[in-house]
Ligand binder design. Structure first.
Ligand code: ADP
Ligand code: MG
Length: 339
């Protein structure tokens, strides 16, 4: 069955096809009556991403660009307004709630804030064991050992020391290791990591990223790695998609996109990445203007009001994604100027 799926999908493991998510804007009743129509936040506005088995795909963009919503749509935590999500050949939109619940074993999440995602009254051992109780009840005699083994693999040693501790008794970095263990205990195929190191101290960030790279190999994982920070994506991802106001601006291998960014927005994001060596510091602020909202996105190219190379037609004509170099896809009328 698995082998068939692989063949049918050309090795594509997670297929997001023209996905859209529009959230209705909450307005007062009076406003609704007078305006006569509902406004929508176009959080995700026609995004297509194909992720291969074993790949680490990064999704980057400023806050509010729709990253989390795409992640939630990808694992069926949010319903689609339009489009399809195919996970290992399975159309999530066609599943019943029960089927989706069962499939969750294979797609797990690591969220940004480990304190918020752990129950303060549950011991670390119990927190990680939950997934086993739900998905592998028949193996209850082995649960404890499985948890202890995984604690060791995520660097919580000696495992017994952590087993009966509570979230407030360990450091932030250790808590994130617990969250990673909790995600991996069900033996998932896909891990959605939504800003997994954003709250960690800089000193532990690299350690956590190292751990994620190592676990990916060991557990044969596919990653959807979400971040607003291009520096961490470079470390972990094979390919990256740059998102702006619900639309992809650029996709390509990390090497290509970082070395030859072609979308002015990608260039701006890269220029804003802090540089380690203070002598070489060339961090530049993001371009003028706040990120506009996605209720009324700018006409034409959504980035044009902030774009340093915008010309007249950019306000009129929406750029479509074009393959400028093999596998390097950009939505900018003037992408070639950066070749
Ligand atoms: N449940 C929701 N209801 C209404 N609007 C939402 C909801 N979730 C997200 N949004 C809006 O969708 C847009 C994208 O949000 P999000 O996916 O969280 O972006 P990011 O993760 O890139 O910061 C934002 O404008 C946000 O306010
Ligand atoms: Mg987010």
């Amino acid at each position: 069955m698995k082998a068939d799926n692989k063949r049918n999908n050309n090795g594509i493991f997670l297929k997001l096809e023209n996905i859209k998510k529009y959230f209705p804007v909450q307005k007062s009743l009076i406003d609704q009556i007078f305006a006569g129509k509902i406004d929508y936040v176009r959080a995700v506005d026609d995004v297509t991403i194909h992720i291969k088995r074993g790949e680490a795909f990064g999704l980057a963009g400023e806050s509010g660009s729709g990253k989390t919503t795409i992640g939630r749509l990808a694992i069926g935590l949010e319903t689609l307004t339009e489009g399809t999500v195919i996970f290992d050949g399975i159309d999530l939109g066609k599943l019943t709630a029960e089927e989706l619940r069962k499939l969750r074993r294979r797609m797990q999440v690591i969220f940004q804030d480990p304190m918020a995602s752990l129950n303060p009254r549950m011991s670390l051992g119990d927190a990680v064991m939950q997934g086993l109780k739900i998905h592998y009840p028949e193996k209850s005699a082995e649960h404890r050992d499985m948890v202890l083994t995984l604690f060791e693999k995520v660097g919580l040693t000696p495992p017994l020391f952590y087993y009966n501790k509570y979230p407030h008794q360990i450091s932030g970095g250790q808590r994130q290791r617990i969250v990673i263990a909790r995600a991996l205990i069900t033996r998932p195929d896909l891990v959605l990591a939504d800003e997994p190191v954003a709250m960690a101290d800089v000193s532990v960030r690299a350690l956590l990223l190292d751990l994620m790279v190592q676990l990916k190999k060991e557990f044969d994982l596919t990653y959807l790695y979400i971040t607003h920070d291009l520096a961490t994506a470079k470390y972990i991802c094979d390919r990256i998609g740059i998102l702006y106001l619900g639309k992809l601006a650029e996709i390509g291998t990390v090497q290509e996109v970082y070395q030859h960014p072609m979308h002015p927005y990608t260039k701006a994001l890269l220029a804003a990445v802090p540089v380690q060596d203070p002598k070489k510091r060339r961090t530049e602020p993001m371009p003028k203007g706040e990120i506009p909202n996605s209720i009324n996105p700018p006409s034409g190219c959504r980035f044009h009001p902030r774009c340093p190379i915008a010309k007249k037609d950019c306000a009129k004509k929406e750029p479509i994604l074009r393959e400028i170099l093999p596998g390097h896809i950009v939505a900018c009328h003037y992408a070639e100027t950066n070749l």
